[in-house]
Design a binder for this molecule. Structure first.
Ligand SMILES: Cc1cc2nc3c(=O)[nH]c(=O)nc-3n(C[C@H](O)[C@H](O)[C@H](O)COP(=O)(O)OP(=O)(O)OC[C@H]3O[C@@H](n4cnc5c(N)ncnc54)[C@H](O)[C@@H]3O)c2cc1C
Length: 335
């Protein structure tokens, strides 16, 4: 058996529950929202709340477990978590291919999902990211947008998925398909993917990394990736784009010379513009990193006054003295 959520960081189960984390395998196995069955939490008056039971379904009362999932530690401290686990797949095949542009890569992922190919991972790395990863992870991939893929299932089903994926991806310009079933080869591919943060910080020594993530309906993902790249170029910035593209989740890592106030301001302006691009097409300001303090300013634009007021009422009902993570999630004016 295995627990599938892979945030690619040294995360704890408590932190992953609190941030409603997800990652490369979400396209197949869901986020923490789908994989937390029940939690126990200590709330502000010191009582231990049994929020739900470890069952696949329940129609009993409010869904308190999921109130804590994604609450970023603002409602209480989660002390016990019951999770779903999955059978380890008989066969795992990982691979990559490249495309003439990011839109073709996104369209291949979308078509594969629309066809019902049960991709376990489908990760976009744009051309700038490939240049950076080649340098850091000692790869020699063509400097073009790539999809990194993983397929799970029986040997026969994985072979069928591979054929279907190659056929779909070829139609949008995918080429140089390369597959690896051996554990060491697969691990090398995913280590390179997980190391993008370190690859990028090494790419521009002295620069500071600013990361942001957005999530849009999957039909909008290629347009958002293209527009984000245009904005980065127009602002004269250095940034790499990766994405859990099967979820519509786009991550951008800016490498910014913090001593240069103008460059810093341009980076934050682009992040703001990209976030509004995502909100304008029905997306969210963060697919997985959470609101924290940095994204409180987008809460009203995303949720509207009534929903944010309801969230504040819940916060104050559970934590009237605001002792849990004050200043997180809500705009300063109302937290
Ligand atoms: C290199 C890198 C890659 C990342 N990739 C991903 C990714 O792919 N997907 C993704 O979702 N995230 C990603 N993240 C973000 C982050 O690591 C995850 O969201 C993770 O869930 C945070 O877990 P943590 O244990 O580090 O929590 P922390 O950072 O320690 O805490 C996060 C928040 O949860 C609260 N919290 C922690 N534990 C509890 C608890 N028991 N009860 C109540 N509140 C609690 C904290 O107060 C804080 O507000 C990445 C981060 C890095 C640095």
């Amino acid at each position: 058996m295995f627990f599938p959520i892979d945030p690619g960081a040294n995360a704890t189960i408590g932190g992953m529950t609190a941030t409603r984390a997800s990652g490369t395998t979400t396209v197949r196995y869901g986020t923490m929202r789908e994989n937390v069955l029940a939690v126990k939490a200590v709330v502000a008056d010191g009582s231990l709340v049994n929020a739900g039971r470890a069952v696949r379904k329940s129609a009993s009362g409010y869904d308190l477990s999921h109130l804590f999932v994604g609450s970023e530690g603002t409602l209480g401290i989660v002390t016990e978590i019951s999770l779903r686990i999955f059978p380890a797949p008989e066969t795992i095949l990982a691979g990559h291919c490249h495309f003439p542009d990011v839109e073709s890569a996104c369209n291949a992922a979308i078509s594969a999902l629309q066809l019902g190919i049960p991709l376990a991972r489908v990760e976009l790395l744009d051309e700038r990211q490939i240049v950076s990863s080649n340098r850091y992870s000692k790869l020699s991939l063509p400097e073009a947008p790539h999809l990194f893929i993983e397929l799970h299932g029986s040997a026969a089903s994985v072979e069928e998925q591979r054929e279907q994926f190659e056929s779909v991806a070829s139609e949008t310009g995918g080429q140089d398909f390369s597959w690896a079933s051996r554990t060491e080869q697969r691990n090398a591919l995913w280590k390179a993917r997980h190391d993008v943060y370190f690859a990028n910080t090494a790419y521009r020594p002295g620069a500071r990394a600013i990361t942001t993530d957005l999530c849009v309906p999957i039909s909008k993902v290629s347009a958002i990736v293209r527009r984000s790249r245009e904005r980065i170029v127009e602002a004269g910035l250095v940034a790499m784009i990766v994405g859990h593209v099967g979820d519509g989740n786009v991550h951008v890592q800016f490498l910014v010379d913090f001593a240069n106030a103008d460059e810093r301001e341009r980076a934050f302006d682009v992040i703001s513009a990209m976030t509004h691009d995502a909100l304008n097409v029905g997306g969210t300001c963060t697919g997985e990193h959470g609101i924290g303090q940095g994204k409180t300013k987008y809460m009203l634009a995303e949720h509207g006054t009534a929903a944010v007021a309801l969230m504040c009422s819940l916060k104050l009902a559970l934590d009237p003295q605001r002792i849990f993570n004050p200043g997180k999630i809500f705009p300063a004016a109302i937290s």
